[in-house]
Design a protein around this ligand. Structure first.
Ligand code: ATP
Ligand code: MG
Length: 372
C-alpha cells in the first residue's frame, strides 16, 4: 500500500545525516553488534530496522524493550522454555534470541537493564547459544544484535551501573544520532514527509507550509526531536485552514532549550575582551543564519531569496510598528529602497512620497521627489 511505503521513507537530507546513513549502510551487512546512541525521538528504532533491512539477513527483526522486563520471567523470555518447565508453562515457547534466529534482535533502552540481567545477556553473547528452560540441548544462535540507548552508557559504566565488559561487547560498532536541531537540513523534508503521511491517513489533500511556518519550524529547538516534529505536524493538519499551515497552527511547546549548537557560546569576558565577545556573538549569529539558509536550501525552498527578503522586511516592519523611518534604520537601508520592498510584498499600497515621516519631513520628501 502506498501509505506503508511512504511511512517507511527515510529522510536524511542534512549533510550530517547523509553521512550517518552512509556509515549505517556500511555497518549493516557486517555481523558487528551495533550500539545506537541518541536522545529520545531521534530515530533509533528506525535506524535499527534499516540496519536489518539492508543487512541481507533473512530472519525476522525482533524488538525488545529492556525497560519492560519482568525480573521473575526473564529467563523464560530470554531463553524460552519447554512445556512443564515451571508452573504455568503449559506450552513450549521460544525466547527472544531464538525468535530472532537468522535475523536481528533489537534491544531497546539497554541502559535500563538491571545488573542481574546484564550478566545473563553477557553469557548469551559469549556462548552464542541458548538452552530453553527445562531442556538439555543448546540451540545455536545466528543473531545480529543491535542495542539502543538514550543515556550515556560511558557514565553508567563509570558509576558502576553498567558492566564495562557488556558495554564493549555491545559497542563493536557505534552509531550516534544527532539531535534534530543539529541537523536543520532535515527539518523541512521531515515536516513535508509527515504532512504526506498524515494527509493520507486523514484522507485529506496535502497542506502546505507558509514561509513563516517554515521559519518557525527551523528556529525551534525540538527537545523531543523527530517524534515531536511528527506530533506537531499531525496536530497542525487538524487545525490549519485553507490547506496552509501557519505558525499559530504549530503547537510548539515554547520550551526552548537553547542548546549550544556548533557555534561559539557567549561566555563572560573581562572588559578588555568585550570587543572579542561582540565579534563572537556576531559570528554566532552569522553561523545560525547560515544554518537556517542551509536548511531552506536542503528543503528545496522555492523562491528562497524572495522568501528570506520578505521575512526580513515584514518582521522588521511589524516590530517597528509599521514606522518606515525606523524600519529603514534597523535594516540599514534607505527609506526609498525600503518602500520599494514594502510595495513588492504588498505591505503598503501606493502612497504619496513621505508617508510615515513627520509632517515637515513629508513635505521635504515630496519636494525631493518633484526634483527627481
Ligand atoms: N530519518 C527519518 N525519516 C523519516 N522518519 C523518521 C526518521 N527518523 C525518525 N523518524 C520517525 O520519527 C519517529 C520517532 O522515531 P523512532 O521511534 O525510531 O525514535 P527513537 O529514537 O526510537 O525514539 P524513543 O527514544 O522515543 O524511543 C518515528 O515515527 C519514525 O518513523
Ligand atoms: Mg525507540
Amino acid at each position: 500500500m502506498a501509505l506503508s511505503i511512504r511511512a517507511k521513507a527515510l529522510m536524511f537530507h542534512d549533510p550530517r545525516s547523509a553521512e550517518l546513513l552512509e556509515q549505517v549502510e556500511r555497518i549493516a551487512p557486517t555481523e558487528a553488534t551495533t550500539l545506537i546512541i541518541g536522545e529520545t525521538g531521534t530515530g533509533k528504532e528506525l535506524i535499527a530496522r534499516h540496519i536489518h533491512n539492508v543487512s541481507g539477513r533473512r530472519g525476522p527483526f525482533v524488538a525488545v524493550n529492556c525497560g519492560a522486563f519482568s525480573e521473575t520471567l526473564i529467563d523464560a523470555e530470554l531463553f524460552g522454555h519447554e512445556a512443564g518447565a515451571f508452573t504455568g508453562a503449559t506450552h513450549a515457547r521460544s525466547g527472544w534470541f531464538e525468535a530472532a534466529n537468522g535475523g536481528t534482535l533489537f534491544l531497546d533502552e539497554i541502559g535500563d537493564l538491571s545488573m542481574a540481567l546484564q550478566v545473563k545477556l553477557l553469557r548469551v553473547l559469549q556462548e552464542r547459544q541458548v538452552v530453553r528452560l527445562g531442556a538439555r540441548t543448546p540451540i545455536p544462535l545466528n543473531v545480529r544484535l543491535v542495542a539502543a540507548t538514550n543515556v550515556d552508557l560511558h557514565k553508567a559504566v563509570a558509576a558502576d551501573r553498567f558492566r564495562s565488559d557488556l558495554y564493549y561487547r555491545l559497542s563493536v560498532a557505534t552509531v550516534h544520532l544527532a539531535p534534530l536541531c543539529q541537523r536543520p537540513g532535515d527539518i523541512i523534508p521531515l515536516a513535508r514527509h509527515f504532512i504526506g503521511v498524515y494527509s493520507e491517513k486523514m484522507k485529506a489533500p496535502e497542506a502546505s507550509l507558509s514561509p513563516a511556518a517554515r521559519l518557525a519550524l527551523l528556529e525551534y529547538d525540538w527537545p523531543g526531536n523527530i517524534r515531536e516534529l511528527e506530533n506537531v505536524i499531525h496536530f497542525s493538519l487538524i487545525v490549519c485552514r485553507d490547506g496552509v499551515i501557519q505558525p499559530d497552527d504549530l503547537k510548539l511547546s515554547g520550551v526552548s532549550r537553547r542548546r549550544p549548537r556548533e557555534e561559539p557560546v557567549a561566555v563572560p569576558v573581562p572588559v578588555a575582551g568585550a570587543r572579542a565577545q561582540e565579534g563572537a556573538a556576531h559570528d554566532g549569529f552569522r553561523q545560525r543564519l547560515a544554518a537556517l539558509v542551509n536548511g531552506m536550501i536542503e528543503a528545496d525552498q522555492p523562491d528562497l531569496f524572495d522568501t528570506v527578503e520578505e521575512i526580513i522586511v515584514r518582521t522588521a516592519f511589524e516590530s517597528c510598528h509599521r514606522n518606515q523611518v525606523q524600519t529603514a534604520r534597523v535594516l540599514g537601508i534607505s527609506r526609498n529602497i525600503l518602500r520599494t520592498h514594502l510595495k513588492r510584498f504588498g505591505l503598503i499600497g501606493y502612497e504619496p512620497a513621505g508617508q510615515g515621516l513627520p509632517v515637515e519631513a513629508q513635505a521635504a520628501a515630496r519636494g525631493a521627489e518633484l526634483l527627481q
